[in-house]
Design a protein around this ligand. Sequence first.
Ligand SMILES: *[C@@H]1O[C@H](CO)[C@@H](O)[C@H](O)[C@H]1NC(C)=O
Ligand SMILES: *[C@@H]1O[C@H](CO)[C@@H](O)[C@H](O)[C@H]1NC(C)=O
Ligand SMILES: *[C@@H]1O[C@H](CO)[C@@H](O)[C@H](O)[C@H]1NC(C)=O
Length: 174
Amino acid sequence: MQRRFFVCGILLIWISYNESVVFKFTNAVCESYNKSWIIINQCRLRAINRNKTVFNLRVTALHPIEKAMVEFQVFKRENGYKPWLVKTSWDACLFLKRAYNPFAIMLYRMFRDFTNINHTCPFVGDLIVKGCYLRPELLGLVLPTGDYLVATSWFTENKKFLIINAHFKFTEDL
Ligand SMILES: *[C@@H]1O[C@H](CO)[C@@H](O)[C@H](O)[C@H]1NC(C)=O
Ligand SMILES: *[C@@H]1O[C@H](CO)[C@@H](O)[C@H](O)[C@H]1NC(C)=O
Ligand SMILES: *[C@@H]1O[C@H](CO)[C@@H](O)[C@H](O)[C@H]1NC(C)=O
């Protein structure tokens, strides 16, 4: 009896959690640091409704990307964006062979269904993310309500060639 009550309680919390959370992109900024290699054709959000925005990215790699280190940092807005808890990096080509960094795994889960970056290196030609939106159930945790920035810088041979930054809002409306 007590146990059944407990299980129902968890389900109720889960359902209300899902319905009351707004987790959406608010801005996207991309920049190529080597325009003879990486062309940014599109890096844009589109609003679907008040709670949902989709991210579209189309980048052309004019030469193969054989190696890429990703620097990943999270910022939270409070009088400007301040570093917030997470700063890490991983080898993107190694990651695609064998997922190994928990933040990379979380990021990749959010994008995997919307991208052609779903195979191992090298990457050449059009790299696409289409219609990607944020799903709180994939985050698996509740963030403090606020505005965040996820900044990624992409390096090869210690030279930065690309940044992809996404701003998002997380609102818990209980
Ligand atoms: C947006 O989220 C709010 C709060 O969770 C909810 O009340 C509203 O119905 C949602 N609107 C749409 C269009 O999904
Ligand atoms: C730009 O990318 C090309 C192709 O990968 C590379 O050969 C060149 O050295 C890069 N230039 C700079 C300034 O990093
Ligand atoms: C990778 O993405 C492409 C384009 O979305 C899709 O056709 C293909 O089946 C995907 N491959 C894997 C291994 O998921």
